[in-house]
Design a protein around this ligand. Structure first.
Ligand SMILES: NC(=O)C1=CN([C@@H]2O[C@H](COP(=O)(O)OP(=O)(O)OC[C@H]3O[C@@H](n4cnc5c(N)ncnc54)[C@H](O)[C@@H]3O)[C@@H](O)[C@H]2O)C=CC1
Ligand SMILES: CC(C)CC(=O)C(=O)O
Ligand SMILES: [Mg+2]
Length: 348
């Protein structure tokens, strides 16, 4: 049995957390007698520096021919000139579009040992377990952009079909969980949100009558996610709202360095931590690799390597329980990225 993975390390802490994932995958391959082939390709700022293009054609074709793709993170101050013709972020957006990965699943788990890592009271964190289902290839990130002399515009567009297919993903997940969906929009202001609400309501009532559906405006949802996060089960939302709400949700878990994600389309899977390239800590060897390692577990589960995925998740839990924590989770910690990697491999 062999699995062909394309790894895209990217920028900042991207290569640091990707190195960790590669070591864990190699250890899983040894333990389970699998062949995991890893092909590293360029994306983001690293690709701009090497080729002038944040997503070279070679990377796209490697990703399209792989069984799955793992991405570290892209971006950083080096490529942040507002007048630059190309930006690392364009590479990631183009990749998501080229792979057709329209559904971004971001689970939020609070590890009991990490309750103190969150600034919220332990009582607020009791029973918190939800999933953000974020539409990933539409909305304002992909609309036409225009810069005039004294103004700028970003178009936000959603089609019925785009809303329907992400709603189905949320419904299927909700049916395996608490059968509850909170659909998040800004229907009091945005036309795209009014369409979103209409399509979600119709699809759920016609096809999933067992699901309890509620609608919540994004601004008050941001508040409720901190005030009463245990309220949520499946949070269904559009691209930009999901991006923002999931970073907010990471505060419940204790760090951005804990939240994994999968981005799935028709037969394509891209797996990435939710965090960015963290330029403020890049190069110091202190990035938290758990989000990436857990994203690799999501990748193996999606590829139907269930025992292997379980083994990684159990190893992460054991490592966290034994206090192997980088300083984002424990302020005076001297634990480095490679020590976390080593602990996970030992616990496999
Ligand atoms: N998927 C991707 O590649 C993404 C890329 N970005 C890019 O990343 C760059 C930096 O963006 P920011 O807004 O600073 O967001 P960020 O997610 O990179 O960092 C936010 C904060 O969380 C911390 N953090 C993030 N991941 C961590 C980890 N694994 N371990 C420990 N601490 C961690 C950082 O040190 C920073 O203080 C930008 O260029 C942005 O465009 C941002 C989000 C996603
Ligand atoms: C860097 C952006 C393209 C997206 C982002 O922040 C994310 O997907 O979490
Ligand atoms: Mg983000």
């Amino acid at each position: 049995m062999s699995i062909n993975i394309v790894c895209l390390p990217g920028d900042g802490i991207g290569p640091e957390v990707t190195e960790s994932v590669i070591s864990v995958l190699n250890a899983v391959a040894d333990k389970f007698k699998l062949e995991i082939n890893i092909d590293q390709q360029l994306i983001g700022g690293a690709a701009i520096d090497a080729t002038g293009d944040p997503l070279p054609a070679k990377t796209v074709s490697a990703c399209q021919n792989a069984d799955a793709v793992f991405l570290g993170a892209i971006g950083g101050p080096k490529w942040d000139d507002p007048n630059a013709k190309v930006r690392p972020e364009q590479g990631l957006l183009r990749l998501r579009s080229a792979m057709g990965v329209f559904s971004n699943i971001r689970p939020l788990t609070v590890f009991p040992e990490l309750v103190d890592a969150s600034p919220l009271k332990p009582k607020v964190l009791e029973g918190v377990d939800f999933i953000v289902v974020r539409e990933l290839t539409g909305g304002i990130y992909f609309g036409d952009k225009h810069r005039g002399e004294n103004f700028a515009t970003d178009e936000c567009r959603y089609s019925v079909e785009e809303i329907e297919r992400i709603t189905k993903v949320a419904c299927e997940l909700a049916m395996q969980r608490g059968k509850k969906i909170t659909s998040v929009d800004k229907a009091n202001v945005l036309e795209t949100s009014r369409l979103w609400r209409e399509v979600v309501t119709k699809l759920v009532s016609q096809n999933y009558p067992e699901i309890k559906l509620e609608h919540q405006l994004v601004d008050s949802c941001a508040m409720k996610m901190i005030q009463n996060p245990a309220h949520f089960d499946v949070v269904l939302t559009e691209n930009m709202f999901g991006d923002i709400l999931s970073d907010e949700a990471s505060v419940l878990a204790g760090s951005m360095g804990l939240l994994a994600s999968s981005s799935i389309g028709e037969g394509s899977g891209l797996f990435e931590p939710i965090h960015g390239s963290a330029p403020d800590i890049a190069g110091q060897g202190i990035a938290n690799p758990y989000a990436s390692i857990l994203s690799a577990a999501m990748m193996l589960r999606w590829l139907n390597y269930l025992a292997e995925a379980d083994a990684i998740e159990t190893a992460v839990k054991s490592s966290i329980a034994s206090g192997i924590l980088t300083r984002d989770l424990k302020s005076e910690s001297e634990i480095k990225t490679h020590q976390v990697t080593h602990a996970v491999i030992q616990n496999l």
